[in-house]
Design a protein around this ligand. Structure first.
Ligand SMILES: [Zn+2]
Length: 428
C-alpha cells in the first residue's frame, strides 16, 4: 500500500459528504441520530505492519497504539492532565470493575465516564469477560450469560451480553467490546469449539442490542423538542468491536474469525491469548489469525503489552494494545529504559546520582536521581509510584511513537531487530 491511501471509511449511516438528516422544529434544527462510528485510515504500511489513524468523536488515535489501563476510571498514580501530557490518546476502563463499584447507573447519572473522570479523549471499555473469568471466586456459564460472585463483597451477579452492552453504553464508552468467553489455556478442542460458538452467539446478541438502541435513540430524537436535545443521546453510542476466540487451534481461530467478521463489527480483537500458553504458540496464533481479519478495520490484541510481543504482533498487522505492564511494573520498582529493564531497588543505585535513563526526556529522568528513586521505593513513598509510573508510561508511549516513525520510514524491520536486543537485556 502506498502512503496516503485510505482503506476504510466505514459505518456511516449515510455516505460521507451527504447532508445529515435533520428535522426542522419551531425552535430550530436538530439532528436525528447519525450512526457515527469510528473510521479507520491506513496511512502507510511496511511489510504487514500498519501505520494508521482511528478517528473517533473524541479525537484521533494514532496506530499502532498503546492504551494505558485505567481499571477503576483511573490510570493508577496518574492524573488526566499528566496522561495527556505524556501523549496518551486513548485509555481503557474496565466494565467489570465499574459495574461492581460505583455502578454504571451512577456514572451515567453523573454525566458519563468522560465527565466523571475528567478525561475527554477516547475511552475503550472491555467487556468484563476476562475479569469475570480471572477475578471471580465463583462463576457459572450458560448460554444466557455468566453468574459470578463479586470479588469485592461476595454478591452474586449475572452478566448477559445485553447487560454488558447496557453498561458500556451507560458509561459513554467510545469503543465497546462484545461480551465473550475468554477461552482458558490449556483447553481441549471440544471445549474451545463450544466456547467460540458461545462467543459468536453472544456477539450476535451484542450487535442486536446496539442496533435496537440506535433505533430507540433515533425515535426519541425525532419526537424531541429542540430545547430538550442537550440531554438526549444523539450520536454517541459506542462503536463495537467483535472478539475472535478459538484458543491455540488454527482451524478454530479461522472459524471464529469467519463467524465474527460475518457480523460486521467496527473493529476486531484477538482474545484468549497470553493466558498461559508458550510465547511461540501465541506468536503462531497471532501470525495465523491477524491476516484473516478485514484490512479496513482496526485490529486489537487484548491484554498484551510485553514490548517483545508487541513487536511480533505489529509485524503481523496488529494496531492496538493495552496492558498494565508499564503501570504495574512501575509500582513494583521495575522500570523500562533505553538500556534494558532496571530494578530500582538494587544496592548499586544507593549513591547513584545519575538519571534513571540518560536517554529519557521524561519529568522523572530530568529531575531525579537513581539514588532518590531507590530511596522513595524502599520507603514505599507515594511519590515513588508517581515518578516511576510517569517514566514507564513515557517509555511505552515513546516506544510506540518511534515504532510508528519506523513504519512510516519503511524501517520497521531494523527497529524491531534493534529494540528486541535491548528488550531482552533485563535488569541492568
Ligand atoms: Zn524517564
Amino acid at each position: 500500500m502506498q502512503p496516503g491511501s485510505i482503506l476504510g471509511i466505514t459505518n456511516f449511516s449515510e455516505p460521507r459528504g451527504s447532508s445529515p438528516k435533520t428535522s426542522l422544529g419551531k425552535r430550530g434544527i436538530f439532528f436525528r441520530t447519525k450512526e457515527f462510528t469510528i473510521t479507520y485510515e491506513i496511512t502507510a504500511t511496511d511489510g504487514n505492519a500498519r501505520l494508521g489513524q482511528i478517528h473517533t468523536q473524541k479525537g484521533i488515535i494514532n496506530t499502532p497504539a498503546f492504551i494505558p489501563v485505567g481499571t477503576n476510571a483511573a490510570v493508577k498514580a496518574m492524573n488526566q492532565d499528566e496522561l495527556k501530557g505524556l501523549g496518551a490518546e486513548v485509555i481503557l476502563s474496565n466494565t467489570y470493575h465499574l459495574y461492581l463499584r460505583p455502578g454504571h447507573e451512577i456514572i451515567k447519572e453523573l454525566g458519563g465516564l468522560h465527565k466523571f473522570m475528567n478525561w475527554h479523549g477516547p475511552i475503550l471499555t472491555d467487556s468484563g469477560g476476562f475479569q469475570v473469568f480471572s477475578l471471580s471466586p465463583l462463576r457459572e456459564i450458560n448460554e444466557d450469560g455468566v453468574t459470578f460472585r463479586s470479588h469485592l463483597d461476595g454478591s452474586t451477579n449475572f452478566l448477559t451480553p445485553e447487560l454488558v452492552m447496557e453498561i458500556q453504553d451507560a458509561l459513554g464508552s467510545d469503543i465497546a467490546m462484545a461480551f465473550d468467553e475468554c477461552t482458558p489455556y490449556p483447553a481441549t478442542r471440544e471445549y474451545t469449539l463450544n466456547s467460540l460458538q458461545l462467543t459468536t452467539k453472544w456477539a450476535k446478541r451484542c450487535k442486536e442490542f446496539m442496533k435496537a438502541r440506535k433505533c430507540e435513540s433515533a425515535e426519541v430524537n425525532q419526537q424531541a423538542e429542540a430545547p430538550a436535545l442537550p440531554n438526549l443521546r444523539t450520536s454517541e453510542l459506542p462503536s463495537l468491536f467483535g472478539i475472535v476466540q478459538g484458543g491455540v487451534y488454527k482451524d478454530l481461530r479461522k472459524q471464529s474469525a469467519e463467524e465474527i467478521i460475518e457480523l460486521d463489527f467496527d473493529g476486531y480483537a484477538l482474545g484468549g491469548l497470553s493466558v498461559g500458553e508458550p510465547k511461540e504458540l501465541m506468536y503462531e496464533v497471532v501470525d495465523y489469525t491477524t491476516p484473516l481479519l478485514p484490512q479496513d478495520k482496526p485490529r486489537y490484541l487484548m491484554g498484551i503489552g510485553d514490548l517483545l510481543d508487541v513487536l511480533e504482533a505489529v509485524s503481523a498487522g496488529i494496531d492496538m494494545f493495552d496492558c498494565v505492564m508499564p503501570t504495574r511494573n512501575a509500582r513494583n520498582g521495575t522500570l523500562f529504559a533505553s538500556i534494558g529493564r532496571i530494578s530500582i531497588k538494587r544496592e548499586e543505585f544507593k549513591a547513584d546520582t545519575g538519571p534513571l535513563d540518560p536517554n529519557c526526556e521524561c519529568y522523572t529522568c530530568k529531575n531525579y536521581s537513581r539514588a532518590y528513586l531507590r530511596h522513595l521505593f524502599l520507603n514505599k513513598e507515594i511519590l515513588s509510584m508517581r515518578l516511576n509510573t510517569l517514566h514507564n508510561l513515557h517509555f511505552y508511549l515513546n516506544f510506540f511513537r518511534k515504532m510508528r516513525e519506523a513504519i512510516e520510514n519503511s524501517a520497521f524491520d531494523n527497529f524491531k531487530e534493534e529494540q528486541s536486543l535491548i528488550l531482552q537485556n533485563n535488569f541492568v
